[in-house]
Design a protein around this ligand. Sequence first.
Ligand SMILES: [Zn+2]
Ligand SMILES: [Zn+2]
Length: 215
Amino acid sequence: MIQTKTFYFNDLRECCYVLWDETKECVIIDPGCYSESEKDRLKKFIESNELVPVKLLNTHGHFDHIMGNAFVAETWNVKTFIHPLDKPHLERTSYYSDMFGYKIDEPPLDTIDIEEGETIGFGHSSLKVLHTPGHTRGGVCFYCEEDGNRFAVVGDSLFAGSIGRTDLPGGDYDDLMNSLLGKLCKLGDDYRILPGHGPETTIGHELATNPFLGK
Ligand SMILES: [Zn+2]
Ligand SMILES: [Zn+2]
């Protein structure tokens, strides 16, 4: 059974998730760790739980979600999995760093493409990929279909009580609504939602209360 740990990293309080199972293999999703102390917190957690990172997954390429890509890739020698439509964000990291005044280590560009419907394995477990454009063109959600442990890591597509911005480059409101109502929410009410910022929620709760998903 997959277990999850949430870290809140950098000024934007970006949610980084570590997922592992009984084999101790783990994946690290959206490592936004920026300061040395944040990187240290992630490293200490991995080490003290004797986890073995095998993959780095990005829900999308925005700089607050990839600040620690270089650190994770170098520390644990893992490849980065990202949708090809968001790879340009990785390639332009230094531009974004300068614009926002951050000093971000260049993320590795030898990434592995992920697409809708793919399965990403670690240990005895697997996650499936939904392509959910709208916040960015290559945004994806990673979801787990285990009985009694269903959840989706959704990046900045859906938040508790809100939805992702669509006014940034590559954003599109209609695409996002199609992704949310046509794909993500169809997974089922019982799915826990692990968003890119803020507290976790469920699909059922959001469909009932989120004003942006109102019928
Ligand atoms: Zn974003
Ligand atoms: Zn974000």
